[in-house]
Design a protein around this ligand. Structure first.
Ligand SMILES: NC(=O)c1ccc[n+]([C@@H]2O[C@H](COP(=O)([O-])OP(=O)(O)OC[C@H]3O[C@@H](n4cnc5c(N)ncnc54)[C@H](O)[C@@H]3O)[C@@H](O)[C@H]2O)c1
Length: 421
């Protein structure tokens, strides 16, 4: 039997994994519940930033098939689950996609096959939630008749120096045999596979990584605020500290945190700590409070800048540049640009936006903005231009020189300190 894997969920995480597995000679099924995603992929169209249409065509040539038919799972030695793990009501983890995908795998699982969960989740999910679903659906015994492991995804969309192949992969199985099966699978196409003690350690490692980023971003955001008050240039402070070759890692202030990971995943950990132990995970809660305050801070700094020019925010033309959650990718999930825009609108600014990667910006279910068609004209006409993401398509020097007033929240332009976050 040829090496066959089904990857469940063909989004930002599952699709690059599918690509890498096809390169290593695996027969790859990309199972997804979305007809739109599956039809697009089978017609050679990529829907994520990290893969081009040519990449998809290459995958299809190497035998990749996207499908909505779960029967492919029965002929796969490995099934990997890469479905969303959003927050539900009151900020609690919502595992409905993981549960549904696991049920689908359980309904078709072959004897001796390996199930791997990659979706970010709280410690205990693989053993406590997925294992019973798989055993009940398949009628088989986990760890003996089939194998189970957790392996956190480390995709960083838009990044080219570290991709699946050269980013070490953590694996924790429910028993030694499970860890071995999962390590063997990833070793076909990942340079370094690192086994950890168990599923909970692997699950918690991922949450530590994301919480580490969340907390350190909050640290520089808080410092940015008081450095401004003290007349200290935070960007110079960070440039200086970054010259230390050990013991320091660079983080920069911003209008807030976005994307599928940082604003969401640490909640999975704090929820579990509170739920199981009854006390708060204070670092996460503090980081959230500080990072969530940044959009409002951006707007009040903007208001001050306008004030210096004897203008009120009310009625001023404000142009936002870059509304995705990070530079050079089209992903808008949890983008801090939305709360920034809402605050400008609350304060009666006349809002417009430009982003090379977003044509129509849906701010809410019933309110959207169309991108300014002529960037130069929009920059010249605005009372204030606020840079939220320094996409590489932007000529920052020209934008800064053409704008009546330019506020850089990214630190990427040569603007004087008072015009930066
Ligand atoms: N995007 C990232 O940068 C990133 C990085 C690391 C980890 N993660 C984690 O990886 C997981 C997946 O995130 P993503 O960004 O790839 O999500 P995504 O929304 O891009 O893709 C998920 C896909 O799963 C499909 N899906 C949903 N339910 C399904 C089901 N029951 N069966 C089959 N397919 C189903 C959806 O149709 C969608 O195409 C999440 O837990 C996320 O936290 C994401």
């Amino acid at each position: 039997m040829s090496k066959t894997v089904t990857i469940i969920g063909q989004g930002y995480v599952g699709l690059p994994l599918a690509e890498e597995a096809t390169r290593a000679g695996w027969k790859v099924y990309g199972y997804d519940v979305s007809d739109r995603v599956v039809n697009g992929l089978n017609s050679g169209i990529s829907h994520i930033d990290d893969l081009t249409d040519e990449d998809i065509a290459g995958m299809v040539e190497r035998g990749y098939e996207a499908t909505t038919d779960p029967r492919c799972i029965a002929e796969s030695q490995v099934s990997v689950v890469c479905v969303p793990t959003p927050l539900g009501a009151a900020g609690s983890p919502d595992l409905k996609y993981v549960e549904a995908a696991t049920q689908t795998v359980g309904d078709h699982l072959a004897k001796g096959a390996t199930y791997i969960l990659e979706s970010t989740t709280y410690p205990g999910t693989t053993d406590g939630i997925c294992l019973p679903i798989l055993e009940a659906a398949s009628g088989m015994k986990a760890g003996e008749d089939f194998f189970m492991a957790y392996s956190p995804e480390r995709v960083d969309p838009g990044r080219i120096d570290f991709q699946i192949k050269n980013t070490p992969k953590l694996v924790g199985g429910i028993n030694d045999a499970s860890t071995e099966h999962a390590v063997d699978f990833y070793s076909h196409f990942v340079d370094t596979v690192v086994p950890v003690r168990g599923t909970k350690e692997a699950e918690t490692s991922k949450l530590l990584e994301n919480t580490f980023r969340h907390v350190n971003i909050a640290l520089v955001n808080e410092m940015a605020k008081f450095c401004k008050e003290l007349g200290i240039d935070i960007w110079e402070v960070i440039r200086g500290a970054s010259t230390k070759p050990f013991g320091f890692m660079k983080f920069t202030p911003s209008a807030g945190v976005g994307g599928h990971c940082i604003p969401i995943d640490p909640n999975y950990l704090s929820y579990e700590v509170r739920n199981r132990l009854g006390y708060p995970f204070r670092f996460v809660e503090l980081a959230q409070e500080i990072n969530n305050s940044m959009p409002r801070y951006v707007v009040s700094r903007s208001s001050e800048l306008l004030n210096h020019q004897a203008k009120a925010l009310n009625g001023s033309k404000v142009l936002l540049l870059g509304v995705t959650y990070k530079p050079n990718i089209a992903d808008q999930r949890e983008s801090p640009a939305v709360p920034v825009a809402e605050e400008f609108l609350n304060r009666m600014a006349e809002l417009s936006f430009h982003d090379p990667l977003v044509e129509t910006w849906n701010l809410s279910k019933d309110y959207s903005l169309e991108r300014e068609s002529d960037l130069q004209k929009a920059v010249e006409e605005a009372d204030l231009v606020v840079l939220l993401q320094a996409h590489k398509a932007y000529d920052l020097e020209n934008i800064r020189n053409s704008a009546k007033l330019f506020f850089d929240t990214t630190g990427k332009s040569d603007s004087p300190a008072q015009f930066k976050l």
